[in-house]
Design a protein. Sequence first.
Length: 291
Amino acid sequence: MTPSAYCAGRARFGLTWVFCAFGLLAGCATQDDARVQSLLNQRGFGERYVGDANEQYYLGIRDSIVVTDPGHPELNGAFLVRMDGVIDVPMIGEIFVSGLTLPDVAETLTRRFQEFITSAQVEVQLGASRSKFYYVQGEVRQPGIVPFEGGTSLFQVVFRSSPSILADEDDVRLIRADPVNPLTVSFDYDDMLVGGWSRGNVEVRENDIIYVPPNALGYVAIFLEGLLAPMQRVFVGIITASRLASVTESFGSANLGRGGRRNGGRFGGFGFGGEYGAETFASPDGMKRED
C-alpha cells in the first residue's frame, strides 16, 4: 500500500468516527428535547390550569369553595382545593375540580350527590381565591407577587406599585407569557397620567408580568451599583472583622480582671503573697494565720 493510499484510508476512518459521534449527539439531543417537551405545558404561563378569570373564574390550587343545598343542609360545606386539584367531599369522596368553572363543579357535585339523594341540587360559590396572581418588577417601590382580584387595568397596577424616580414611565411593559405566542404590550404611563392618553392601558389578567424599566439615570445607578458592590462587600468585611476584634479584646480584658481578683497577691483579692503567695485566713478567735 502506498503512503498516499494509507493516509486516505486513515482520513476516511476518522471522518466516519466524526459522523458517528455527531449522530449520537444529535440522537441524545433529540431524546432530551422530547423529554423536556413532555414536561412543559403547551400554552399559558406554565401552570397546569390556564384560562381567563376575567371572563369566567376557574378553580386552582389552594382555592376554597362553598357548597350549599337549601333542601339538604347535610350536604353543605366548605372545601379547599388540594395541591393535586382534588376536594374531599363526605358521602361521595374525592372529586377533581382544578381547572373547572364553578357551574361545572356544581353540575358534577349534583350528579354525584343524586346517586344517594335523588332530589339533591347544590350550588357552588367561591369561598376564597388563592391561586391567581400577577407580578410587578422593575423600578417601583412596591414590586412583588400581587393577588389577582379581577377588573384591574395596567394603569392601576403601575399606580399602586408607585414608580420610583429611576423609572422610565414612558415604556411600561405588560408581558403575557406563552411558549408559542407570547404577548408584549407597551404602555406610556406618563402620557395617561398627564394627558389622558390611554393607548396600551389593557386589562390585566392572572399571571401577567408588569415590568417598569429604568430610565437613563436608572441605568447609570445600576452600573454604579454593580461597580461598587465588590468594594462594598470588602468594606463590610473589614468593619465586621474590626468589630469582632474589639469585642474579643474587651472579653479578654474582662476575664483577666476577674482572674486577678481571684488570684489575689499583687492583683489583689484574697491575700496571696509572694509570686503565688500564701493564703491568709482569719481564725475564729480573730488571730490571723497562714497556710
